[in-house]
Ligand binder design. Structure first.
Ligand SMILES: [Zn+2]
Length: 112
């Protein structure tokens, strides 16, 4: 039997996403991709979701609707921005600042 005959794609969960447009004004002066940019964007999206939720609440027949902000994360060094895997559990060694911070942490553990 072919692999395609052995496997079937089945749906096991469904959810809907909604596109929100928080407007162009919220990120004035913030450079795309910076931590400040993403924090401001997250706030703007949360605020927009609350506004739309209020709008839906005014239309009682749609009470069951909800708006969830789906977030994507990555783990980055706060000193140099190096990207680590989500489940990374090892020593941070991307830059001198991270290495120094790790050594401080180890010292603190030893002194406890
Ligand atoms: Zn680093």
């Amino acid at each position: 039997m072919q692999r395609s005959e052995l496997l079937e794609r089945v749906t096991i969960g469904l959810h809907a996403e909604i596109d929100l447009d928080p407007g162009w004004w919220w990120n004035r002066g913030l450079q795309y991709g910076t931590l400040e940019y993403w924090k401001a964007y997250e706030k703007a999206m949360e605020s927009e979701a609350r506004d739309l939720q209020e709008f839906i609440r005014d239309h009682r027949s749609r009470d069951g609707y909800g708006i969830n902000i789906v977030r994507e994360y990555k783990m980055i060094c706060k000193f140099c921005g190096y990207e680590y895997p989500d489940d990374y559990n090892g020593i941070l060694d991307c830059c001198n600042d991270a290495i120094n911070a790790e050594q401080e942490n180890i010292k603190a553990l030893v002194n406890e």
